[in-house]
Design a protein around this ligand. Sequence first.
Ligand SMILES: [Zn+2]
Length: 82
Amino acid sequence: MNKEHKCHGLAASISEYIDGELSPELCLALEQHMSECPNCTIVVNTLRKTIELYKQPDAEENLPEDVRTRLYQRLQIEDYLK
Ligand SMILES: [Zn+2]
């Protein structure tokens, strides 16, 4: 079992993790993996910061789906998943 394989499985869960939609078990697995994987830590931190920038203090709307999709694409998660 190599780490790259594990990354592939967990990277698919990162968007859900950031949205708070990931199950507690998978959150834990992802957090444990991040503690030993700088790549995944960077992806999660970057996404979080970027999404926070999109959130207006006076707006409670969620990030629009198209913006979210473009954001993930821009951060090259698609490439990351390959
Ligand atoms: Zn990883």
